[in-house]
Ligand binder design. Structure first.
Ligand code: ATP
Ligand code: MG
Length: 192
């Protein structure tokens, strides 16, 4: 492989990012590449804990200025990674009380310099059912109309990222029971 890859993978909650990523990591290791997966939200939460945020679902309710500060710190940590494939598990936007806030604003993109974006989606009904199964999270009110709206916002936000960085976006459908097919599509998109 000629160059290292910094892949940003986005998807609304319950679309199956974490599920897909565990398959992708195995597939990349099979091809003898070094790889790491970084949850952007986890990095932000580790820093936020030091100033008293005690639950990761509270991150999105912090003032935008504080979210910006945490994003910058997390981005700098990501930029230090040296693996051949670095994958960032994140969201194209955050549902904050002030409105949709970008998960990948210009100041973050300039630090992490993504080579590829992967935007994961699924049928709204499937996302709805996957969210309902996961009782460990404190989610905002879930409706099908809301999920459709979120998929639209995701698509707009990730297109903006592609324009800002000049890096391509692959749109991948994570269909019910189709993790393998989605994994292959993502591997192709990142040239592996
Ligand atoms: P979050 O943003 O909250 O971290 P996520 O996008 O990482 O969510 P996962 O936790 O990977 O989502 O998946 C949510 C649920 O959907 C899990 O129960 C998982 O097993 C299931 N799931 C994911 N992908 C598929 C699929 N292709 N077919 C069937 N079930 C799936
Ligand atoms: Mg996840």
């Amino acid at each position: 492989m000629a160059e290292n890859k910094l892949v940003v993978l986005v998807g609304i909650p319950g679309v199956g990012k974490t599920t897909l990523l565990s398959r992708i990591v195995d597939a990349i290791k099979d091809r003898d590449r070094s790889v790491c997966v970084i949850s952007f939200g986890t990095l932000m939460f580790e820093v936020a804990k030091k100033s008293g945020t005690d639950n990761r679902d509270k991150l999105r309710k912090l003032p935008v200025s504080e979210q910006q500060r945490l994003q910058t710190i997390a981005a700098k940590q990501i930029a230090e990674r040296t693996e051949q494939v670095v994958i960032v598990d994140t969201h194209a936007f955050i549902n904050s009380p002030e409105g949709y806030y970008p998960g990948l604003p210009d100041h973050v993109l300039k630090i992490i310099k993504p080579t590829n974006f992967v935007s994961v989606s699924a049928k709204p009904e499937e996302i709805y059912n996957r969210r309902m199964k996961d009782s460990t999270r404190s989610r905002d009110k879930i409706t099908l109309a809301n999920i459709k709206k979120e998929l639209d916002i995701q698509s707009g936000m990730i297109s903006a990222c592609a324009v800002i960085t000049g890096s391509p976006v692959k749109h991948v459908l994570n269909g019910e029971g189709k993790v393998e097919a989605a994994t292959e599509k993502i591997m192709g998109a990142i040239g592996l």
